[in-house]
Design a protein around this ligand. Structure first.
Ligand code: UDP
Length: 496
């Protein structure tokens, strides 16, 4: 990898969106740019930087040209206590709404910084469509950072274009997504509400999904062998320039993982107990259950999950968010945790799990996922098949990719995409359905064996693609070279 200060250095500003599923992959991508000689500035807020400043400082001390620049989150203006600046802090819909308003108010200070720093290019999250105009004003390319699959972006594109669900007699009637190389059937209830029919959120989300087409190109945290049909579709029929450079988390942390082969449990503090528990289990016998950073589940649904997992008879690790509203009701979970501790069958993690550590452990054999794209990629990288339990946003599209296209997922049977601003999921999946899906994935049946084999192949491909000469590796180099030659020739043409 190139180190600092090469001739004709390219200066790129990254602007992540303050939600773990968007921020984590963008920080990893920014680090990869810096490791390939690009001078990088990440613009973020005080509370958000705390999760990655140490990593950036380490990279900087190793000679990579990367730094952060902090702006003030407008906490007082939106009525939030200090430090609540990330969507994962949205314990209620009201707080979530305030955080979202605060994020929108960051537009002006960020634009001022673009003017001040005069970068050669900006890489901004999909949630900031206004940066298309901001880049045009500076006469520089804007790269659209799409934080999910090619597949989901293609599905959005063709559903927005042809509206195949209009005119169906009910919300549960199936329709086929037009334009895709596979026959993918969904119901209107499974697509986001703003896409199902026009509502106040439509005016917010449509520009977000259309801003990719107005940008210089789109960066995907995906890899060629995983979604080649959809990568091609996006480039040809949809005409969008793009680069798949994932899995960025495995790539950016490659050297760290080699160093810390986690045998020294005493150095790992809290994680030691978890690792000891994992170590006591047979290979591939543990199911990891996580619904990402944003999903909140109702108490009734938590009870069903607890019984479903217990009835399945398989070992599990389950990440449960501490939900302030349900403090009283959490007694059930505390008793459940105690029972699972005694039987050694289950391990509850409150709030936040070291997900990569768990997925990469040999005792882990599968995951129940809400189909957040990062969790999917991280599981694939570990070669693990999945139980697909989508909740909201594009997650139902990702479920279709896992189940119908890649054939490495068991659907739990989720039926309804929850509203964008109502992340407390009340919808029910019953304990019997949960236990059944767990048995299919973790049992010794043929279906499980085949899915496991396919998932391992994707895991191998994920490792190859980030090595020198692999697709993702070459795509990143190609993008950096292209941006350098644009800078040199000043050839950028405004597309707005
Ligand atoms: N994550 C984690 N521990 C947790 C929950 C989430 O480390 O307890 C990480 C996970 O590894 C992933 C990200 O947070 O990188 C969640 O992104 P994803 O796209 O899966 O879901 P989202 O949170 O955006 O719904």
């Amino acid at each position: 990898m190139e180190s600092q200060q090469s001739h004709n250095q390219l200066n790129v500003i990254f602007v992540p969106y303050p939600s773990p599923g968007h921020m984590i992959p963008m920080i990893d991508t920014a680090r990869l740019f810096a490791k390939h000689g690009v001078s990088v500035i990440i613009i973020t807020t005080h509370a958000n930087v705390s999760s990655f400043q140490k990593t950036i400082d380490t990279d900087f001390s190793l000679g990579y040209p990367i730094k952060t620049h902090l702006i003030q989150f407008p906490s007082a203006q939106v009525g939030l206590p200090d430090g609540v600046e990330n969507l994962k802090d949205g314990t209620s819909n009201e707080i979530l709404d305030k955080i979202t308003r605060g994020i929108r108010m960051l537009q002006d200070p960020i634009e001022v910084l673009f003017q001040e720093f005069q970068p050669d290019c900006i890489v901004t999250d999909m949630m900031y469509p206004w940066t298309v105009e901001a880049a045009a004003k500076l006469g520089i390319p804007r790269i659209h950072f799409y934080s999910s699959s090619y597949f989901s972006n293609c599905a959005f594109h063709f559903i927005m274009k042809y509206r195949p669900h209009d005119g169906l007699v009910s919300d549960t009637q199936k329709f086929t997504i037009p334009g895709l190389p596979h026959t993918i059937e969904m119901t209107p209830l499974q697509i986001p509400d703003w896409l199902r029919e026009k509502n106040p959120a439509t005016a917010y989300f449509e520009p977000i999904y259309k801003s990719g087409e107005k940008s210089y190109g789109t960066l995907y945290n995906s890899f060629h062998d995983l979604e080649s049909d959809y990568e091609k579709l996006s480039k040809t029929t949809m005409g969008i320039k793009s680069w798949s450079v994932g899995p960025v988390s495995a790539w950016a942390n490659k050297d760290d993982q080699k160093k810390g082969n986690k045998d020294h449990l005493e150095e790992l503090g809290e994680e030691a107990e978890l690792l000891n528990w994992l170590k006591s289990k047979e290979n591939e016998s543990v199911l990891y259950v996580s619904f990402g950073s944003l999903t909140r589940l109702s108490h009734t649904q938590l009870v069903e999950i607890a019984h479903g997992l217990e009835n399945s008879g398989h070992n599990f690790i389950w990440v449960v968010r501490k939900n302030d509203r349900d403090e009283g009701e959490n007694r059930f979970l505390q008793d459940f945790e105690q029972r699972m501790k005694e039987s050694k069958m289950g391990y509850i993690i409150w709030n936040w799990a070291p997900q990569l550590l768990i997925l990469d452990h040999p005792s882990t054999g599968g995951i129940v996922t809400h189909c957040g794209w990062n969790s999917i990629l991280e599981s694939l990288n570990a070669g693990l098949p999945m139980i697909a339990w989508p909740m909201f946003a594009e997650q139902f599209f990702n479920e279709k990719l896992l189940v119908d296209v890649l054939k490495i997922g068991v659907p739990v049977g989720a039926k309804e995409n929850k509203s964008w601003n109502s992340i407390c999921v009340e919808a029910m999946v019953r304990r019997e359905e949960i236990a059944k899906a767990v048995e299919i994935l973790m049992g010794s049946g043929q279906e499980s064996k085949e899915m496991r084999m396919r998932a391992k192949k994707f895991g191998d491909a994920a490792k190859r693609t980030i090595e020198e000469g692999g697709h993702s590796y070459k795509n990143l180099i190609q993008l950096v070279d292209e941006l350098k030659s644009l800078k040199k020739s000043k050839a950028f043409i405004d597309k707005t």
